[in-house]
Ligand binder design. Structure first.
Ligand code: HEM
Length: 431
């Protein structure tokens, strides 16, 4: 019956929110993080965790670390396995709907599997992300960037996220998966809804949106898989559909993972990089003088304000870490964004300084066996977007309030109004 389970879910969500609020007031570090208001700066909370020690306990049933050394160590330690970030949520987002268990975009995928299943599934999609695979994407990415800049150039102001940053990754991911052009808008919508599953849902409205999005997306993928079995193309879904050993569930989960992992993360990398450039006139000047500086700006954005703020690991057996005994299964929140500002590794860590010598030590793409498969692609997309944007609009300015995303795991702007700074809008296709 739908009602009792909806009521139970609503009660659990409410209880969860209340517990977080109470613990946050009492100064619990994890509760302070989960309880951050939309748009609130998380970096002071990260620093308060760092000040408390290397491994900090929380009454919310987990431990936290802001230490770069410990994050790197646990990410590479085979004794620590993956735990979905949503597992910290009070409700199970994979609950049955209409008598059928829905897949969850990340919790059924290889992102949260340990070897040997992780190795088997990751290996199937890895060829698309090799340097050779990426070279095939490079021209397409430049073309998509220019096309979308053409579209906004006729307007004095536009929303950098919705009208530009979101457009490039969705084209890249749909191209990779072999999704026909007409379905790209729906893909962008599903990507935005499904990414919330990373956090665990906060209220019933999000829960319903997630279930509807998952159902629609699964139906769409079933159709796409059937189509690609009949008419294979040179794309990930066609290749996976041709694998005799792969179950429907693995195929759907892998495709969902690529959408969720590759879409909003890249949108936010582009958004966070633009925000950083707008706030640092000296960086803009350097970028205008030499557009290749975009790569260093992207790298420093990954360190300074990473789109994925944290991940979670748990030991498969009881272990001692930093003088604390952790029972089997205790979740440890590895605060990647905090590790990226660890003064033990980065000189003057709160300064945005593209090209810094220690810049590539960041953990924005994680480390170990789950190191981001799309890191090269994301770097390429974001650098192309930044180069194209500032070449076309050297005087780009913020033109209104930045609206932040509600998520704690994913950090970035949901809306970022900008003005092109051009006195007369450029006619379409004029460069
Ligand atoms: C700025 C953009 C991106 C960021 C910050 C990012 C970050 C991450 C992080 C932190 C992880 C590991 C999580 C963990 O260790 O628990 C990860 C995994 C992953 N990412 Fe990305 N990612 C980005 C873009 C992409 C893109 C464009 C794709 C593909 C189209 C992608 C595909 C994946 C996949 C498949 C995994 C799972 C790897 C595994 O479990 O073996 N990512 N990403």
């Amino acid at each position: 019956m739908a009602m009792p389970s909806a009521l139970r879910t609503a009660s659990l969500l409410l209880l969860g929110r209340t517990a977080v609020r109470v613990q946050a007031v009492l100064g619990d570090p994890a509760a302070r993080l989960f309880g951050l208001d939309q748009g609130e700066d998380p970096y002071p909370v990260f620093e308060s965790v760092r000040a408390k020690g290397v491994l900090v306990p929380s009454r919310m049933g987990l431990h936290l670390t802001a230490s770069h050394e410990l994050c790197s160590r646990l990410l590479r330690d085979p004794a620590f396995g993956v735990v979905p970030a949503g597992a910290l949520s009070p409700v199970d987002t994979t609950a049955h709907v209409g008598g059928r268990r829905l897949m969850n975009p990340v919790e059924d995928s290889f992102l949260v599997l340990n070897p040997p299943d992780h190795t088997r599934l990751r290996r199937l999609v890895a060829p698309w992300f090799t340097p050779r695979g990426l070279r095939r994407q490079a021209d397409m990415i430049e073309r998509v960037v220019e096309e979308h800049l053409d579209q906004v150039a006729a307007r004095p102001t536009f929303d950098l996220v919705r009208d530009f940053a979101a457009r490039v990754p969705v084209r890249v991911i749909t191209d990779l998966l072999g999704v026909p052009g007409a379905d790209q808008a729906a893909f962008a919508r599903w990507g935005s809804v499904l990414v919330n599953a990373l956090d665990g849902v906060r209220d019933m409205a999000e829960m319903r949106a997630l279930h509807t999005g998952l159902r629609e997306f699964e139906e769409f993928l079933d159709g796409l898989i059937a189509h690609r079995r009949r008419t294979p193309g040179d794309d990930v879904v066609s290749a996976l559909a041709a694998e005799p050993e792969l179950t429907r569930e693995d195929l759907i989960a892998t495709t969902e993972l690529l959408l969720v992992a590759g879409f909003e993360t890249t949108v936010n990398l582009i958004g966070n990089a633009v925000l950083a450039v707008l706030g640092h006139p000296e960086v803009r000047e350097r970028l205008l003088d030499s557009p290749d500086h975009a790569e260093a700006v992207v790298e420093e954005t990954l360190r300074f304000d990473p789109p994925v703020q944290y991940t979670v690991r748990a030991p498969s057996e009881a272990v001692e870490v930093a003088g604390t005994r952790l029972p089997r299964g205790t979740p440890v929140m590895l605060m990647l964004a905090a590790a990226n500002r660890d003064p033990a590794v980065f000189a003057d860590p709160h300064r945005f300084a593209p090209g810094r010598p220690d810049g590539r030590e960041h953990l924005a793409f994680s480390s170990g066996i789950h190191y981001c498969l799309g890191a090269g692609l994301a770097r390429m997309e974001a650098a192309a977007a930044l180069r194209g944007l500032f070449r076309r609009f050297p005087d780009l300015r913020a033109a209104g309030r930045v609206h932040r995303r509600p998520s704690r795991v994913i950090r970035g702007a949901a809306r970022l109004p900008v003005s092109t700074g051009l006195r007369r809008p450029i006619r379409q296709n004029a460069r």
